[in-house]
Design a protein around this ligand. Structure first.
Ligand SMILES: Cc1cc2nc3c(=O)[nH]c(=O)nc-3n(C[C@H](O)[C@H](O)[C@H](O)COP(=O)(O)OP(=O)(O)OC[C@H]3O[C@@H](n4cnc5c(N)ncnc54)[C@H](O)[C@@H]3O)c2cc1C
Length: 442
């Protein structure tokens, strides 16, 4: 009989069945290993514990949400047993990725010899990832931040699916299916998704997760994502991680705190990682070259907690603030709303979006959708021109990742000059019209 030994796998990879398992396994001759923690979790969630028809539990099947005792589940079970038993003899394959598990099992045999433990663990963790990205759109086109979120999702490794929910959003689903890195597009269409209310979208996301057992669910850190994801996390009873700027590993993220002054590395031990992504920190995924499958979902019944009445959107021919390549922002130094015309004239010459500091918004110079900063929009354009803005940390939190920063301020001590690549100490009422005139002549 083979040697009796206790497996050394102290920390199981994030488990697709929805739990971080601390696997307690005892390999006792021909005996099995304990999957009590998994069973407990499944029972806690009111789910069936799949069996292999011979009285054994089928962890491989459970991972994939496969009903009990369907022959496939059992073959996956064998692979999973062998993986966990760290034996190199697995021979079964199936169309849904068990090959990967088997390969891992074979690699796993090296584990006993203490070889490349971390590499093997990391590769296993990556194999088991599956991420759901919640697409933001207006039923016509995809909002750019979704493309940045897809890039973040790809960094996790594993399969990326995208949920497109709306009233009539086939066009958007088509658009997403072409995005590189997306494997599957899930589409749910119903009148209740008018206005993209978090109360209605949450049950759809929770239901979709129950079917597919995602390890990660994410959306962009826009008003849409910030409104939706905490609710989803609440319903799934996990703590979300907000506004991440870097992914170190599938469970470790970097986010900013104290208005961007401190970078905080967060290790998330939740079974399902729910997070929002800062769009400016990840490149946009290419919008062509992908060929994802499109699957229609049946929406759950409406919740009816809230009702969408109407939205009044500012119409502008200018580029959208968060995705513009050039942004010209004005602060309290402009002194009035009328004086913002100086900035609009300059922005026209540069094909730029116009932004503002909170002081300018609070003073009523411009509407609040122009606000850049900690409590406004986060921008990272190629060129950011700050005019009559002092450079308070709350403003810097929204623009300091811009590639080139130009500041115009009459006070040489203004803190904005500390982050500026080019600074002009001048009266803005003289400098800005001069710049506009020079640009007009070009
Ligand atoms: C919780 C919290 C959240 C916040 N969130 C944000 C946020 O999201 N975004 C944000 O911007 N702020 C935010 N603030 C406010 C922030 O602290 C500052 O009060 C604000 O950014 C100041 O705006 P400002 O630079 O336009 O005004 P000021 O600080 O008053 O600066 C005006 C500048 O204009 C210059 N100036 C005046 N006249 C001229 C002239 N003729 N020519 C050239 N320069 C001139 C002055 O030298 C001065 O530097 C927040 C504050 C708090 C507490």
């Amino acid at each position: 009989m083979g040697a009796r030994w206790r497996a050394e796998w102290r920390e199981a990879p994030a488990h697709p069945a929805g739990a971080r398992l601390r696997v307690v396994r005892r390999w006792l001759g021909r005996g099995g290993w304990s999957c009590e923690p998994l069973k407990k979790l499944l029972r806690r969630d009111g789910r069936q514990v799949p069996t292999d028809g011979r009285g054994g539990t089928v962890p491989g099947a459970a991972q994939r949400g496969i009903p009990a005792a369907d022959g496939k589940g059992a073959s996956r079970c064998m692979a999973a047993y062998r993986l966990r038993g760290v034996r190199g003899s697995a021979a079964s394959t199936d169309p849904n990725g068990t090959a990967g598990i088997i390969e891992a099992a074979i690699q796993g045999s090296k584990l006993r010899d203490g070889l490349k433990l971390d590499e093997i663990k990391a590769s296993l963790v990556r194999r088991f990832q599956s991420t759901l990205v919640i697409a933001e759109h207006n039923n016509e086109t995809l909002t750019p931040i979704t493309l940045n979120t897809i890039t973040a999702a790809k960094r996790l490794g594993g399969e990326v699916s995208c949920l497109v929910a709306g009233t009539s959003c086939d066009k958007v689903a088509e658009e997403v299916s072409k995005v590189q890195g997306v494997a599957k597009v899930l589409v749910a269409q119903h009148d209740m998704y008018k206005g993209f209310l978090a109360e209605e979208l949450t049950p759809l996301i929770v239901e979709t997760h129950k079917k597919c057992n995602y390890t990660h669910i994410c959306a962009g850190a826009s008003a849409f994502g910030k409104n939706l994801m905490p609710r989803v996390a609440g319903k799934l009873d996990v703590a979300p991680v907000s506004d991440i700027i870097e992914i170190k590993s599938p469970d470790t993220f970097v986010r900013t705190i104290y208005a961007g002054n401190i970078l905080c590395t967060v290790q998330c031990e939740e079974a399902i990682k729910i997070f929002t992504v800062r769009g400016t920190s990840f490149e946009a995924a290419p919008t062509s070259g992908g060929s994802a499958s499109i699957e229609k979902l049946t929406p759950p019944p409406p919740v009816g907690l809230s009702e969408w009445i109407e939205q009044q959107l500012t119409k502008s021919d200018r580029p959208e603030l968060t995705s513009a390549k050039v942004v010209v922002s004005g602060g309290r130094g402009l002194k009035s709303g009328e004086n913002f015309k100086l900035l609009y004239d300059l922005a026209d010459q540069l094909h730029a979006a116009v932004g503002a500091s909170r002081a300018a918004v609070d003073a009523g110079f411009v509407p609040n959708d122009l606000q850049v900063g900690q409590t406004g929009k986060i921008v990272a354009p190629e060129l950011y021109i700050a005019v009559g803005i002092s450079g308070a940390i709350q403003h810097l939190a929204g623009m300091k990742d811009s590639k080139t920063i130009v500041a115009i301020n009459k006070d040489p001590e203004a803190p904005i000059f500390q982050v500026a690549d080019y600074g002009l100490v001048a009266d803005l009422f003289q400098a800005v019209p001069e710049m506009t005139e020079i640009l007009k002549k070009k």
